[in-house]
Design a protein around this ligand. Structure first.
Ligand code: DAH
Length: 339
């Protein structure tokens, strides 16, 4: 029995030398010290021993058990330490490694130009106003002095939803909405989408964007309009840019003018971009018609105002030298990347 105990001890110790993980160590423990383990088996057989042998073997078996328990304990902490170290090594973060690059989007050229336009006018004390794209005929036409059957309606090929509702053809509708709610002084711009039943080509789209401007106060003159547009044109197209007003007719302004800027490409000498004119038309404007003021409950004898409406696409095309309006809507990454 002595030899058996010695063999068990040797075998257990040898296994513990080799064991690699805590789970296998536990299996070894069960194999030797468990209820059906090898050492337990020996102890169970002690009843067959003589009275002299029993305490000696009992003592020895106890020693072996203590040794094994002690060794298991030590091995367990050695393995735990090893496993912890391995995990730490595995989970180390190298903070000097290059980061994961997340592709970043950028602003669309129309948005870029719109931001610039807003900044210029906010700098001059304007507020931003908004109105609905699905609009009442009244705001889009009637209140702007364009009654039913007025020829000016033909110029704006309109998407009618029904007799009273249209997709707004111009942001001028917001002028009326603002004046109905707020009394002068009024100083607003209104950026927004407008809709016209036009076929798509290099300069036309059924959906495009405008920025409307409106100033109403006592003593507002055409001089204020011109000065304002000069600041705007120089801010967007450069300090050397000039503007030119050509007499025109809009039902909601009197007098009215179309406004050109000196060509951003050739500076006015004449080139392909300005079709040799030296000038490029970018907006319509004028002094708010007394009837429009009246329609909104503002007394034209006390107040006057100017208004303008400018095309954002056209401005963006000038600002970035884009020669086809369709590029602004096709979402071709190769095009958009350039801005
Ligand atoms: N609404 C006009 C258009 O779409 C542009 C315009 C002209 C706006 C004169 C104005 C204005 O505010 O005073 O063609």
């Amino acid at each position: 029995m002595k030899e058996q105990l010695q063999m068990i001890a040797d075998e257990a110790m040898a296994k513990m030398e080799e064991v690699q993980d805590i789970k296998s160590l536990e299996e070894i423990r069960v194999l030797f010290l468990g209820k059906k383990g090898k050492l337990t088996g020996i102890l169970k057989g002690m009843g067959t021993l003589s009275a002299q042998e029993r305490p000696i073997i009992g003592q020895m078996a106890n020693d072996v058990r203590n040794r094994l328990e002690d060794a298991i304990q030590k091995t367990r902490s050695r393995l735990a330490k090893k496993e912890r170290e391995e995990r730490m090594a595995r989970e180390t973060i190298d903070v000097t490694m290059p980061g994961t690059v997340i592709p970043r989007g950028k602003k669309h050229p129309l948005t870029l130009v719109l931001d610039e336009i807003k900044e210029v006018f906010i700098g001059m004390g304007y507020e931003i106003a908004e109105g609905p794209e699905v609009e009442l005929d009244y705001y889009n036409f009637e209140a702007l002095n364009i009654p039913k059957n007025h020829p000016a309606r033909d110029e704006q090929d309109t998407f009618y939803i029904n007799d009273k509702v249209v997709l707004r053809t111009q942001t001028s509708s917001v002028q009326v909405r603002v004046m109905e709610k707020k009394k002068p002084p009024i100083k607003i711009i209104c950026p927004g989408r407008v809709y016209r039943s036009d076929a798509v080509d290099a300069t036309h789209s059924p959906v495009f964007s405008q920025v409307e401007g409106l100033v109403v106060d006592k003593g507002i003159t055409m001089g204020d309009l011109i000065g304002t547009l000069q600041v705007f044109a120089k801010s967007l197209f450069g300090e050397n840019t000039n503007i030119r007003l050509r007499p025109h007719h809009f039902p909601f302004t009197e007098p009215s003018a179309e406004v050109d800027v000196s060509c951003w490409s050739c500076g006015g000498k004449g080139c392909r971009i300005c079709r040799n004119e030296g000038w490029i038309e970018i907006l319509g404007s004028g002094m708010v018609h007394p009837k429009v003021l009246q329609n909104c409950g503002i007394d034209p004898k006390v107040y006057s105002g100017f208004a303008f409406g400018l095309g954002v696409e056209r401005t963006a095309m000038g600002r970035f030298n884009i020669d086809d309006l369709r590029l602004l809507y096709e979402n071709d990454i190769r095009f958009l990347k350039q801005f």
